[in-house]
Design a protein around this ligand. Structure first.
Ligand code: PEP
Ligand code: MG
Length: 562
């Protein structure tokens, strides 16, 4: 346990940039989950269930109350969590256990376990939601026992919050006047915790590992959410200097206005990644010039049946209307792997990331794709020439796939493109691009497949780093072919959200960058401070580096320290 003065550091995955320095506060412990039931006499079981209902209602009310005081995604998460406490399926499972003779606490734990196992079996993003389920279980059990609600402690002054895995409800309730940063042992960049931390603009590191448990409450710690480092007992003056620098940078970023260009006027289109109408409306309030990646599959993760063409069109229209006179790039269903979709009818596979996912599903079920293209064309009806609708396919690997997809798009008057996220597609760009109007490089999967490293594995984060020169070389090749064939080349993976990497991508010849809308101003600011020649030199240095860490460090030295 570290609490003295020894300086040490470790790293996790930085998900919200910014430096913070404060004493550590640990989240209030969760109640022990009962592993055995108390037996309830038959005639007392209705009252026992009523005891559960009252506790669950109290928890739901408290969360709903907090939702009213919050806004944006934080309010949505609190409302959704409150809704989960009222979920009929979950309550029914508790009632069944109580009717079988178990006490309310044990029945709650058992019912939750059943749902957690279901979510884990569904995998991917659903599995990340198990934190939400365990959170409501713990709140209800604490309420049943008359214990204080687990979660955020109330503090005076400033603190960094440390937790195993923060519940979405706790993250949403964080008061940023006191909590200056967040570090979790578990979690991932796509978890609710990360999403809300981004909204709160709270420096945040997830997947920091078990080492965080060595840091005692009250220890002074500095975190850098940009690069994911946690420094225990840093030099206090140096830490304060870095925080001041980070605050000044944040002010500069907040003041940045688009459209984006380098210091010497080289234009780069900055676009937003969205998953639904709500996210599109939020993106429209930023400096995003349009949408560079609309992940359509995200709306269907819990759908059991394919929505009709009309229903799909209504959904897509809700995104288009947020950007009535801008480009919107719609990606067709990227089902499979970490995003299983029931109606896409996939069979269980040994290696789903290498299996029938993305466009490959459509080759076995073309009607699923053509109905989606019909819905996109329908939703796009009436959009003017200043609001082009581009459609791209995920997981294209061959020229034949690109040609087949492009024909289906053009039959419907849609502009056709493909994601470059399979290394084969980057290497065969000269054969693929002639069939297409544009391509967009998906660096998340391109990195996963180039480095043969699962993008969800926290153990392989050093490989699944888009700064890997091997990935950058594939991007360089793609841009070169894009120039030769006059095909627009964008990037829509997480790499586009990293301001320094965005400069490298610009230097490689990428003409649009699409990222989470909260990242756009940081990228735009950095581009405005850098000339195109510096971008090109940075790209050369990164391509020539021996690894991801060396590439990042070389570019940081060139663009930040000079
Ligand atoms: C990517 O792979 O980089 C990408 C943008 O798509 P997704 O993250 O949805 O797989
Ligand atoms: Mg992808």
């Amino acid at each position: 346990m570290t609490s003295g003065t020894e300086t040490l550091s470790f790293a996790g995955t930085g998900v919200v940039a910014g430096t913070a320095y404060a004493p550590v506060v640990w989240i209030r412990p969760r109640p022990a989950v009962p592993s055995a039931a108390r037996t309830i006499a038959e005639d007392a079981r209705p009252a026992e269930y009523e005891r559960f209902v009252q506790a669950a209602d109290a928890v739901a009310d408290r969360l709903a109350h907090r939702a009213e005081a919050a806004s944006g995604p934080a309010a949505e998460v609190l409302r959704a969590t409150s809704g989960m406490v009222c979920d009929r399926g979950w309550r029914k499972a508790v009632r069944k256990n109580v009717r079988g003779g178990a006490d309310a606490e044990y029945s709650t734990a058992q019912a939750t376990e059943k749902f957690v196992n279901m979510f884990i079996a569904a995998g991917g993003l659903m599995a990340e939601r198990t934190t939400d389920l365990k959170d409501i279980r713990d709140r209800v059990i604490a309420e049943l026992r008359g214990e204080p609600e687990p979660g955020l402690p109330s503090i005076e002054g400033e603190a960094l919050l440390f937790a195993d895995d923060l519940s979405p409800a706790d993250t949403a309730a964080l008061d940023t006047a006191h909590f200056k940063g967040l570090v979790t042992e578990l979690g991932g960049p796509t978890s609710h915790t990360a999403i809300i931390a981004r909204q709160l603009n709270l420096p945040c590191i997830v997947a920091a590992g078990t080492e965080i448990h060595d840091v005692a409450a009250g220890t002074a710690v500095m975190i850098d959410g940009g690069i994911g480092t946690v420094t225990v007992n840093p030099d206090a003056d140096e830490a304060r200097r870095q925080v001041a620098e980070s605050v000044a940078r944040a002010e500069k970023v907040a003041a940045w206005r688009g459209p984006a260009q380098t210091k010497d006027g080289h234009r780069v289109q900055l676009l937003a990644n969205v998953q639904d109408g709500n996210a599109a409306r939020l993106a429209a309030q930023t400096q995003a010039e349009g949408i560079g990646l609309y992940r359509t599959e995200m709306s269907f993760l819990s759908a059991t049946e394919e929505p009709s063409v009309d229903d799909q069109a209504a959904l897509y229209r809700s995104v288009f209307t947020a950007f009535p006179s801008s480009k919107v790039v719609v990606r067709t269903l990227d089902a499979g792997s970490d995003k299983p979709i029931a109606f896409a009818n996939m069979q269980a596979e040994e290696n789903p990331a290498l299996g029938v996912r993305g466009l490959r599903i459509a080759r076995q079920n073309q009607a699923l794709l053509t109905r989606q293209l019909d819905a996109i064309a329908k939703a796009a009806e009436g959009r003017g020439t200043d609001a082009p609708t581009w459609v791209m396919a995920p997981m294209v690997a061959t020229a034949k796939e690109a040609e087949w997809f492009a024909d289906l798009c053009r039959e419907r008057g849609l502009t056709a493109g493909a994601m470059i996220e399979v290394p084969a597609a980057a290497l065969m760009a000269d054969k693929i691009m002639p069939h297409l109007d544009f391509v967009s490089i998906g660096t998340n999967d391109l990195t996963q497949y180039t480095m043969a490293a699962d993008r969800l594995s926290s153990h392989l984060a050093y490989l699944t780093d888009p700064w890997q020169p091997a990935v950058l070389r594939l991007i360089q090749h793609t841009c070169m072919v894009g120039r030769d064939t006059q095909t627009a080349v964008g990037v829509c993976g997480e790499a586009a959200a990293d301001p320094l990497l965005a400069c490298v991508l610009t230097g490689l010849g990428v003409d649009s960058l699409s990222a989470a809308s909260t990242a756009i101003a940081g990228v735009g600011t950095r581009l405005s401070e850098t000339t195109i020649e510096q971008c090109e030199k940075a790209a050369e240095a990164a391509l020539d580096a021996s690894g991801a860490v060396a590439a990042r460090e070389a570019v940081r030295r060139m663009l930040v320290e000079n």
